[in-house]
Design a protein around this ligand. Structure first.
Ligand SMILES: Cc1ncc(COP(=O)(O)O)c(C=O)c1O
Length: 436
């Protein structure tokens, strides 16, 4: 393929990127198909990260492109404030059908961050609608990532994402302790055996703040961005039980675990724990058009439907909520997931995946491996005084060798498209092993 000339790199201030280093040695992608990216000069790069945990059905899906084109031609944009359109209602119905029974209403956003902030706002407003306005506190967790809105960073637990804005966080937020416990759980296969009792940390916060002040607890069923933390057996169940006992809403942030990543449509089904609110994004449209959503139970929704008819029930929404083109992409994506069995495919491959992950045990610098469904976290011994540098070096080596991975701190996170075949799994772990 003919090399393309490099664009001017000056103006784009890139997100979550070492901009100066990147612009000295840029890594550009130009095309994508199936399991693969291609650089501008035609070099193949196997996608071990589904882009950013979002391209679950693989790249370049023609069905989605066709649906998007049809929608653009039929109606490019429509407001969703006091107006509606069929693709919005159809997608909401289909998303609700994928969720555990009871989660039957869906509010659309444009990203995971917006979904999280929307979920937190709905949780706070719900209690107020019910006349329980004292429930103003939100509980997040250490080592959580809930996007980059002020709500998301307030309940989040990643210090680098918080310290610059320390004085601007939401008030009344507290954090559960995280569940990472390598002393007892290193190299666990699937859910770690130890740590259900970490959920009891919620009891500590209830004793401190009083349960009557707490609106909601938000957790990622599997924390992704802080290095793939799989919930210990019994942990989510215990959180659910404590929330139930005290009238607290439980929110699962399923932005990465939704849409088949764990081997079930959502982690809620995989772990058999039904939250009151679910946030999602990424795989909803196979990553190709920005979109997020928040699903809530009927009783949360109905608590808002009480005022005089004709009154707006929730003063919240985005110009692009349920953008018709995003809805078309979402409908086509869900159709592919259904036809190709992708929402449960991770289960069939997870045994091979787990063996491959465990096969890295004993490789240089590997101090822990964690896996679930088609997710892996491979934690490396940090270079003294340079946190994150070891994993980033591996990231660069993998990219040179034709593999895209993701790193967070010194953990390598893998989350390939769910169309992955056994030969790709071998290739990912061979490349990674050589890079290590
Ligand atoms: C659990 C979780 N929540 C929220 C987000 C934020 O999503 P977005 O980047 O679409 O705003 C992410 C992104 O990775 C995520 O992993």
């Amino acid at each position: 393929m003919k090399p393309q000339s490099q664009p001017d790199l000056h103006a784009w201030w890139m997100p979550f990127t070492a901009n100066r280093a990147f612009k000295q040695a840029p890594r550009l992608l130009a095309r994508a198909r199936g399991m693969e990216y291609f650089t501008p000069d035609g070099r193949r790069v196997l996608d071990g990260a589904a882009g950013l945990w979002c391209v679950n059905a693989g790249h370049g899906r023609e069905e989605i492109a066709a649906a998007v084109t049809r929608q653009l031609e039929a109606m490019d944009y429509a407001p969703s404030f006091q107006m509606g359109h069929a693709p919005g209602f159809e997608l909401a119905t289909e998303v609700a059908a994928l969720l555990p029974p009871g989660l039957e209403h869906v509010f659309f956003t444009n990203s995971g961050s917006e979904a999280v902030d929307t979920a937190l706002k709905i949780a706070l407003a719900y209690h107020r609608c019910r006349g329980d306005a004292a429930r103003t506190r939100l509980i997040g967790r250490e080592r959580a990532y809930h996007g980059v809105g002020f709500g998301g960073i307030s309940v989040g637990g990643m210090v680098a994402n918080r310290r610059m804005w320390a004085a601007s966080m939401l008030p009344g937020v507290d954090h559960l302790r995280h569940t990472h416990d390598p002393a007892r759980n290193a190299f666990a296969r699937g859910q770690p055996a130890h740590g259900a009792e970490f959920a009891d940390d919620l009891e500590r916060l209830l004793a401190l703040h009083d349960a009557s002040t707490i609106a909601a607890v938000i957790v990622e069923p599997i924390a992704g961005s802080t290095g793939v933390l799989v919930p210990p057996k019994g942990y989510l169940e215990r959180l659910r039980a404590i929330c139930d006992a005290h009238g607290i809403l439980l929110i699962f942030d399923e932005v990465i675990t939704g849409f088949g990543r764990t081997g079930s449509p959502f982690a809620a089904q995989e772990f058999g724990v039904t939250p009151d609110i679910v946030t999602m994004a990424k795989g909803l449209t196979n990553g190709c058009i920005p979109m997020g959503a928040v699903a809530v139970t009927r009783s949360i929704h109905d608590a808002f439907m009480q005022g005089p008819p004709g009154a707006i029930e929730l003063f919240h929404g985005y110009t692009y909520s349920a953008h018709p083109v995003a809805c078309a992409a979402g409908l086509a994506t869900l159709d592919i997931y259904r036809r190709e069995g992708l929402l449960t495919r991770a289960k069939a491959l997870s045994g091979m995946w787990e063996d491959a992950v465990q096969g890295l045990r004993g490789r240089p610098h590997v101090i822990d491996t964690r896996n679930y469904g088609l997710i892996a976290g491979i934690e490396l011994e940090p270079i003294a005084g340079k946190p994150g540098a070891r994993a980033f070096e591996v990231y660069l080596k993998c990219f040179e060798r034709g593999l895209l991975i993701r790193t967070t701190g010194d953990t390598i996170a893998l989350s390939p498209p769910l169309i992955i075949e056994p030969a790709h799994i071998e290739e990912i772990f061979d490349t990674l092993a050589r890079a290590l």
